[in-house]
Design a protein around this ligand. Structure first.
Ligand code: MTE
Ligand code: MO
Length: 340
């Protein structure tokens, strides 16, 4: 096992004071506007400008992130590939969750994860790569400027949300470990800690733990694959996978493993949690696909949350969750009914 040195800290000169930064950011959308902004510092906001969406309410009882991470999140900038669809309210994103380690009802994770400790945290990186070892959260995150990506999230259960994540491209993280040509897949593992995660010590576990997910290497290197450390301009609440989780917007939500502690570069397709649980119902690829139904329900439509009995808000599901332009090339020549 090779331990790499902690990446040198960001030089103070590289960190712009937050208030200056926030003021300047209003003018940053488009170089032309930047020049005009320099002359007219009091120029009002226009529709073309976008700012990071920030939830300004406390999440009571939830552990605060370390100050360096809070600072990093505070200077996140709007990133590419964001949808302009209506964003799902913070309350829904943080109180309607799948995180079976904390319970199988949608409200369980928010209730049972409040005392979850996401600091100190470390991630073990192993397998077919030149750089492997155990890294602190700071080692993992510090080199990456953070951005906001407003992505659709389509759960295999046929509901969906629109979530403003804060994070960075997974490919940027992977490159730092220099995977070798033997690395054909990458495997992600969630924390195993029965003391903190009540379902892991339950006799009536719904699934096997630790939770494992995986991507083919070229999928993992696609520009949309994202490591999230926050949402709505703030750190991730534990129920959403603090301190870091995967977001793969063209696949069903369960591909996005939460609270990751281990990343392995492997030669063979890894056995993943839901695929193992029910091989006929949950494929390894699990690309969002309105033409391939789940054996027990249709995938042609989805309930876009929030909804209600009187306003079910059912919309058609799009191929690759609407991201075909960015990802369809990955599956050229594959039969997506077979490799579902
Ligand atoms: N470790 C772990 N990761 C997980 C899950 C889980 O149960 N355990 N659920 C998945 C499913 S089914 C979905 S839809 C998304 C939900 O993410 P969210 O609660 O942040 O919206 O997390 C995924 N990641
Ligand atoms: Mo899901």
């Amino acid at each position: 096992m090779v331990i790499i040195k902690r990446p040198t800290d960001i030089k103070p000169s590289e960190i712009t004071d937050e208030s200056v930064y926030l003021g300047r950011r209003r003018f940053m959308q488009g170089a032309g506007v930047l020049a005009a902004g320099a002359m007219l510092p009091a120029m009002p906001a226009t529709a073309a400008e976008r700012k990071v969406l920030v939830h300004d309410g406390a999440t009571p009882g939830v552990q605060e992130p370390p100050p360096w991470l809070a600072r990093q999140i505070a200077v996140a900038t709007p990133g590419p590939y964001s949808t302009d669809e209506k964003v799902t309210p913070y309350e829904w994103e943080t109180h309607y969750n799948n995180f079976y380690e904390f319970g199988t009802d949608k409200g369980d994770p928010a209730k049972n994860a409040t005392d979850f400790k996401s600091e100190p945290w470390s991630v073990e990186v192993g397998g077919e790569a030149e750089v492997t070892g155990r890294f602190t959260l700071e080692d993992i995150l510090k080199p990456h400027p953070l951005q906001e990506r407003i992505y659709r999230l389509r759960c295999v259960e046929a509901w969906s949300m629109v979530i403003p994540w804060i994070g960075f491209p997974l490919s940027d993280l992977i490159k730092r470990f220099k995977p070798t040509s033997n690395a054909k897949f990458v495997r992600f593992q969630t924390l195993l800690d029965p003391k903190q995660m009540p379902q892991q010590r339950s006799l009536f576990r719904a699934i096997d733990y630790p939770y494992v997910e995986g991507l083919r290497m070229d999928e993992a290197m696609n520009e949309l694959a994202f490591v999230a450390v926050g949402l709505y301009g703030k750190h991730l609440p534990p129920q959403n996978g603090a301190p870091l989780r995967l977001v793969v917007p063209w696949k069903y939500g369960f591909k996005g493993a939460k609270s990751i502690v281990k990343i392995d570069f492997v030669r063979n397709q890894p056995m993943t949690t839901w695929h193992k649980q029910n091989t006929h119902e949950y494929g390894f690829y699990s690309n969002v696909n309105p033409h391939v139904d789940h054996p027990r329900w249709s995938q042609a439509h989805e309930r876009r949350l929030p909804n209600s009995l009187f306003d079910p808000h059912v919309i058609p599901t799009k191929m690759f969750n609407g991201y075909a332009e960015q990802v369809a090339y990955l599956y050229k020549g594959m039969d997506l009914r077979k490799d579902f």
